[in-house]
Design a binder for this molecule. Sequence first.
Ligand SMILES: Nc1ncnc2c1ncn2[C@@H]1O[C@H](COP(=O)(O)OP(=O)(O)OP(=O)(O)O)[C@@H](O)[C@H]1O
Ligand SMILES: [Mg+2]
Length: 260
Amino acid sequence: MSASCAPLHDGDGTVAGAVLVLRDLTLQRALEATGRRAERLAGLGSVALGLAHEIKNPLGGIKGAAQLLRGAIDDPELVRCTDIIIREVERLDGLVEHLRELTVPPRLELEPVNIHRVLNDVLALQRQAPAWGETTLRVEFDPSLPAVSGDRAQLTQVFLNLVKNALEALGGRGEIRVSTRIETRYHVRRGRGRGQFLLVVVEDTGPGVPPDDVAQLFSPFFSTKASGSGLGLALCHRIVTEHGGTIAHEPRPGGEPAGE
Ligand SMILES: Nc1ncnc2c1ncn2[C@@H]1O[C@H](COP(=O)(O)OP(=O)(O)OP(=O)(O)O)[C@@H](O)[C@H]1O
Ligand SMILES: [Mg+2]
């Protein structure tokens, strides 16, 4: 919070009181932190891009050779081995591709987006996933929200990653709450007018994020999952930053986790 104070003079110039202005700087701080993370990611970019290129070519060779081998052998145990090679090469290739997307931001294709439609699409898709299990869903959308200017495909990616993380944290049991509202406490300057922030909160009743992990949540490759790439939240961060927004983790008031 910032505070500034000025004397309040009455008609004959004597100080009759004071004006104290308190400004909530939470969002400003969050935007600054988001900007710093974006810079770090850009620094990583050129190295990652070179590396991605160097890795992708040999991967193609390994996969091609494994496919040839697979066609030439009969022993089921060896066929299983070549299948593992092919599958793992494809996983690595996907990882490198994600890394490339992360460091070379695709251009935003802005259009008016109905954020509720995007969220409903993501939720409908995830409800079909086996990971959904017995998860209950609570949706609290503010029906007065206007369309926002955004890249529909990329915003879909953001919410897909957040909902997937929530589902993985719940393990098929618990509640996911998705809510939207206009953030009335803050404004941004847009040309001559004032822009408002749209707030989307994705919460889950899972175990939450240990305090030591919070600082690394949005760092590429930070993952506590056996088969996680750790790129999901880094990608969310990049897309939200490109949209001029900010993304943050907040523990739930009761100490439980939330993604936002
Ligand atoms: N809703 C959540 N509850 C608890 N921990 C979370 C939640 N969302 C993210 N995390 C933590 O943040 C880490 C990073 O998340 P991120 O989405 O970037 O990668 P990932 O989910 O591990 O892998 P990927 O997204 O590539 O499958 C996770 O491994 C997990 O430890
Ligand atoms: Mg994830």
